[in-house]
Design a protein around this ligand. Structure first.
Ligand SMILES: Nc1ncnc2c1ncn2[C@@H]1O[C@H](COP(=O)(O)OP(=O)(O)OP(=O)(O)O)[C@@H](O)[C@H]1O
Length: 258
């Protein structure tokens, strides 16, 4: 089960864009193996947290630690190589490449053999390629994408493309996976399928996940804990049932109409 040392430790993040304070003193911990959800009304600062975690934005104040190592100030590439991957709401797939090639590209940073040494050390490169293909195949199997393997990503049905996007991020073998609205634009059946795959990933792989999602049903079903943001401030953190009944959360979502 979850260990006591947090996997991720975020303290007092402040992020400003000119006069706009997107994050105003955000702190939270995420435990190993948790599925931690971040929710909040539009503009609350959810995407800004993701962009601070993966190094795209540099917060003016605060610290972020991954398994004890500081992430603040590191480049997105350095953070990715420390094991942080994300999925994109609008899909980060290369449309003309097959699904399998998209997943292989996800493994690029794990590959030690470059093109030239690949030619010189053909045997080693070949062995490495076989190992990468086999890792990709197990993700394809886990996400039941077998029949789409050779299809260009641009031709995948929407629900399948979102699943392939999850596969691309998993191919990086992340220890921390940031899921950005994995069911946005999906119908009920596709949403239920995605929930099942996320649960299966969590059961089978040693990955901690942070989920940003507007679909409350999905959040309440999947999350071990939920953080609620409003205007860049954390207004509640707790188990789904607890957070749902918090008067401040109800107020933030319904603007006092409840
Ligand atoms: N690059 C940027 N430049 C200027 N302002 C920004 C930038 N990124 C975010 N903001 C502002 O920061 C605030 C938080 O935005 P953010 O996108 O993090 O919210 P969000 O909770 O993800 O919203 P949504 O649910 O609509 O995606 C908003 O006021 C937004 O306009």
């Amino acid at each position: 089960m979850e260990r006591l040392t947090p996997m991720l430790k975020v303290r007092d993040l402040v992020l400003r864009f000119g006069g706009v304070t997107a994050l105003n003193g955000v702190s939270f911990d995420v435990g190993h193996g948790e599925l931690f959800a971040i929710i909040g009304p539009n503009g609350a600062g959810k995407t800004s947290i993701f962009n601070c975690l993966n190094g795209v934005y540099r917060p003016q104040e605060g610290t972020i630690e991954l398994a004890g190592a500081p992430l603040t100030g590191k480049s997105p590439a350095a953070i990715a190589s420390l094991g942080v991957a994300r999925t994109f709401q609008n899909l980060g797939l290369f449309q003309h490449l097959s699904l399998i090639d998209n997943l292989m590209l996800g493994r690029h940073h794990l590959m030690s053999t470059g093109m030239l040494s690949g030619m010189l050390w053909w045997g080693r490169a070949k062995r490495e390629e076989i190992a990468h293909r086999s890792a990709v195949e197990s993700i394809i199997e886990l996400l039941e994408l077998e029949s789409y393997r050779r299809m260009p990503a641009g031709l995948l049905p929407y629900g399948v493309a979102k699943r392939a996007e999850l596969g691309r991020a998993l191919a990086m073998e992340p220890t921390l996976l940031l899921l950005d609205e994995p069911v946005a634009g999906m119908n009920l059946e596709e949403t239920e399928d995605m929930a099942r795959y996320i649960t299966e990933v969590r059961r089978q792989l040693p990955v901690t996940m942070i989920l940003v999602e507007h679909d409350m049903g999905l959040v309440m079903d999947l999350a071990s804990r939920v953080l609620v943001l409003d205007f860049g401030v954390v207004i509640a953190t707790g188990e789904p049932a607890e957070v749902q009944e918090n008067p401040q959360v109800i107020e933030a979502y319904l603007g006092g109409a409840a």
